[in-house]
Write a protein that binds this ligand. Structure first.
Ligand code: SF4
Length: 393
């Protein structure tokens, strides 16, 4: 079933070529142009690769940077990097399993004529690009990412900035997509500068990017200077497995931090990739070690072709319990589910503290449980609690 594809001469089509390649040896744009865009292009690079049906491509394209391909185990089909980026037969529609293309209901909250999703009162999501350097098979924005119909036109960007500028209540803007860092420096400089100039009421300007992880050489001194110039306060990166944390990533993260920018980590909980306590503990500790604060762990959205990644809610609770208390407090992110149809992010939190009625009906008591399962009762926190009167001698 491997179809003949037009191969760019710049691609690294053999294992030896890929292993000899130094991702830091050339400008990021060149590596971007070397991306693999069909699984057949990897047939002499990875062993035991699934030969998927072409129909998979009708739903979602394939795109993999050589750097990410280097992180893939050449022999293990269950490698956590391979699972995230290589297409599989699991993406074919599963009968009886409801999926949606816009599970988060973002289109319903998009301001007409713009690419601004305005769901919360004071913050907006500004979708500036429909391109990513490497496409994740579980992407929540398959409706637009890599789709020709999802491209964001220049006039749409202008109208979006106008909307942010005219709405003085907006004080938090998150640039996302796709990946905003797929833009060249000039375009990014323009967009960030226009927001700062036309919307001075915006207090918090942040960027969500997985390209920092998928093609770390995108982070250059020039890019960092642009982020610093426009006072971008936070860059959130997306890492799902400790294997994605490499010396090159650490080096480029440090460059962003030296520009005075906070960094956060977003993770998607994916079956077979990271639904494991030891993996998550390691990931969050490695992140905090490099000064990247774990922020959210999302449950996989019910988007088309991603049902095989979904980790049940009960397991998410167990994972949270396996992390909280067992690693450094600031390294523990909030686990969330994005409510179907636009409800927003809802925390997934096990019950550690519960209020229960007293047997005599006189009020309530509060029962507490710690991370090790030890319990204590604190009636003083319950309703109608009275301090017992002191008996006088
Ligand atoms: S990097 Fe983000 S937006 Fe891009 S394909 Fe992956 S999940 Fe989707």
């Amino acid at each position: 079933m491997l179809q003949k594809v037009v191969i760019s001469p710049r691609q690294l089509l053999t294992r030896a070529e890929l292993e000899a390649y130094d991702p830091a040896s050339e400008p990021w744009q060149k590596q971007f142009a070397r991306r693999y865009t069909h699984h057949s292009e990897l047939k002499d690079v990875l062993n035991r690769m699934e030969d998927v049906n072409e129909t998979v491509y009708e739903k979602f394209a394939v795109s993999i940077t050589p750097y990410m391909a280097q992180l893939m185990d050449p022999n293990d089909p269950d490698c956590p990097i391979r699972l995230q980026y290589l297409p599989s037969h699991h993406e074919e529609k599963k009968p009886g399993f409801e999926t949606m293309l816009d599970e988060l209901g973002e289109e319903g909250d998009t301001v007409p004529g713009t690419s601004v999703v305005h769901r919360y009162p004071r913050r907006v999501l500004f979708l500036v690009s429909n391109t990513c350097s490497t496409l994740c098979r579980f992407c929540t924005r398959k409706r637009m990412v890599s789709q020709p119909s999802g491209s964001v036109h220049k006039d749409e960007i202008e109208r979006s900035i106008d909307y942010i500028a005219s709405n003085k209540d907006i004080d938090d803007v998150l640039l996302s997509g796709g990946d905003p860092l797929t833009f060249d420096d000039e375009r990014l400089d323009y967009i960030l500068g226009a927001i700062r100039e036309r919307a001075p009421h915006v207090r918090f300007l942040r960027i969500g990017s997985r390209m920092v992880v998928q093609l770390p050489t995108r982070v250059t001194p020039e890019l960092c200077a642009i982020l610093e110039k426009h006072r971008v306060q936070m860059v959130n990166i997306h890492i799902n497995h400790p294997k994605e944390i490499t010396p090159l990533l650490r080096e480029r993260v440090k460059m962003i931090q030296k520009a005075g920018i906070m960094m956060g980590l977003q993770t998607v909980c994916l079956k077979g990739v990271n639904d494991d306590v030891a993996i998550l503990r390691d990931l969050f500790m490695q992140a905090i070690e490099m000064g990247v604060r774990p922020y959210y762990v999302y449950s996989t959205d019910m988007v088309e072709g991603a049902h095989h990644f979904i980790v049940p809610h009960q397991r998410m609770l167990e994972l949270y319990e396996g992390v909280r208390g067992w690693i450094s407090g600031p390294a523990v992110p909030t686990f969330v589910v994005d409510g179907l149809g636009g409800l927003g992010k809802l925390p997934i939190i096990p019950t550690y503290v519960s209020e229960e009625p007293l047997p005599d009906g006189s009020g309530t008591t509060v029962k507490c449980r710690n991370y090790k399962g030890m319990t204590v009762e604190m009636p003083g926190l319950g309703q109608h609690f009275r301090v017992p009167s002191q008996s006088r001698a």
